[in-house]
Design a protein around this ligand. Structure first.
Ligand SMILES: Nc1nc2c(ncn2[C@@H]2O[C@H](COP(=O)(O)OP(=O)(O)O)[C@@H](O)[C@H]2O)c(=O)[nH]1
Ligand SMILES: [Mg+2]
Length: 442
């Protein structure tokens, strides 16, 4: 996500770090580079220009030249300005005081509306809400099926009509149904537009007027670059948008539009889509994003991800076993599965401060989730008894396990060696932590 911009900016700012006294020329050079980096990331020209002007103005205002901490000050100014650009604090989710709350999704065809509808449903479930989906894209029958399948995978009802019912009627009926079932939120998926099209806009207006949505999200494909900003401007003129959702930020996108949309339209970015799976939706935090872009990482993001995906009781069970040195292969398998839910390791590592720019992209790419896959295969070839009691794994058992996992005895030996090594290490670490009375748990 915005990897190349992150690399560039982090690199530029790292270059400043520790320089004894910054001159105005140093800062001007730096700002020129930042401007180029922003433009290359497809940030709107006027936005980039305004950004640089503000940073320069603040640098002068804070009288940094000649100060010993000029490097830190300028990095802070850049971070704060980026946060400002991205929208300062994230707005709270707008729930209707008398439920159900209606969320209307709109956007061009293929931007990711239907996928995002399901992602939002899942997100709302995690917030303790009971959502329902309404299939108001009647243009293509396949779209209805798609929403049904996605709805089923997250476990929410999908309101569908296959006859000639109009999208507006479907929305109305779905809302009535939602009330009847006493659900909290109705998410309305609408038909795509190839471009801003009058007929479809009219349809959107009607749904808007009938269902009175509390949130109107425009779904934008981040791979379309600046075009996304134009789309946002056009839609915002038609319906009062309450937020933008950028999708496909997992790919190799320049993503500069995400930095431009708020200052160009006033519409805040609310969520970002980072994958095709229904879990791949993150709330957008301008401060964290800014922090991340300048290479300071997103520690809060990592913690939240972990908390979201790791089952607390399971984790505590494993922790207890770690302390007593009784960890076995079942626990290892369980840990892998928890980690897998958090997505590719590479993406997680990129959120670690400093790592994103300190480690070359290729090295991160080389971190292969297949490695854990191989280890998993070996563990799966063990009998349950072997998994819970690794001490019994003798030579002939090792041979059998290797054959079962399609690997060599050497690999099995390595895994066992690693296993005993880390079991010892963990036991020592946990005991030390206990002695120090610091459990690090909230
Ligand atoms: N990689 C990636 N693909 C996405 C994301 N969101 C949507 N897609 C894909 O984009 C395509 C179009 O999505 P869809 O929801 O059907 O778009 P719609 O026409 O606006 O409803 C599908 O293949 C989705 O799987 C995302 O955040 N990341
Ligand atoms: Mg769709």
């Amino acid at each position: 996500m915005l990897d190349s911009l992150t690399r560039r900016l982090a690199g530029i700012l790292t270059g400043l770090r520790g320089k004894a006294r910054l001159t105005e020329d140093d800062v001007n050079d730096m700002l020129r580079e930042v401007r180029v980096a922003l433009l290359e990331a497809d940030v709107n020209f006027a936005v980039a220009k305004g950004f640089i002007a503000k940073v320069r103005e603040k640098a002068v205002g804070e009288d940094i030249y000649g100060s010993l901490t000029a490097d830190q000050t300028i990095i802070r100014i850049v971070r704060d300005e980026l946060t400002e650009l991205l929208g300062t604090a994230p707005p709270r989710f707008n729930y209707n005081p008398s439920p159900p709350t209606v969320i209307l999704l709109c956007g061009l065809q293929g931007s990711g509306k239907t996928t995002t509808a399901a992602k939002l449903a899942r997100w709302l479930i995690n917030q303790g809400k009971k959502p329902m989906l309404a299939a108001c894209d009647t243009q293509r029958p396949a779209a209805i099926k798609q929403l049904e399948v996605l709805g089923e995978s997250v476990g929410v009802p999908v309101y569908v009509k296959l006859d000639k019912t109009t999208p507006v009627q479907i929305a109305n009926e779905a809302l009535a149904r939602c009330k009847h079932l006493m659900l909290d939120v109705l998410i309305v998926d609408t038909a795509g537009r190839l471009q801003i099209d009058e007929g479809l806009m009219e349809e959107l207006h009607q749904i808007y007027n009938n269902t009175k949505p509390s949130e109107v999200f425009l779904v934008l494909d981040s791979t379309t670059g600046q075009e996304a900003v134009h789309v946002a401007e056009a839609f915002h003129k038609e319906v009062q948008l309450t937020g933008a959702i950028f999708t496909k930020l997992d790919g190799d996108t320049r993503g500069g539009a995400i930095l431009s949309v708020r200052s160009s339209t006033g519409v805040p970015v609310r969520f970002i889509g980072v994958g095709e799976q229904v879990e791949a939706l993150d709330t957008f935090h301008p401060d964290r994003m800014a922090q991340r872009i300048i290479g300071m990482g997103d520690v809060m993001g990592i913690i939240e991800k972990a908390e979201q995906f790791i089952d607390k009781e399971e984790a505590e069970g494993i922790e207890g076993k770690m302390a007593s040195g009784n960890l076995d292969f079942n626990d290892m398998l369980q840990t892998f599965r928890m980690m897998k839910k958090m997505g590719p390791m590479k993406n997680l590592l990129k959120m670690v401060p400093g790592l994103a720019n300190a480690v070359p992209e290729e090295a991160l790419d080389a971190i292969n989730d297949k490695d854990t896959g191989r280890i998993e295969a070996i563990i799966l070839s063990m009998t349950l008894k072997e998994r819970s009691n690794p001490d019994i794994i003798n030579g002939s058992r090792r041979k059998r396990i290797a054959a079962g996992a399609g690997t060599t005895v050497e690999e099995v030996n390595n895994l066992l060696k690693q296993f005993y090594g880390s079991r010892r290490g963990m036991k020592q670490m946990m005991q030390m932590q206990k002695r120090m009375g610091k459990r690090g748990r909230r």
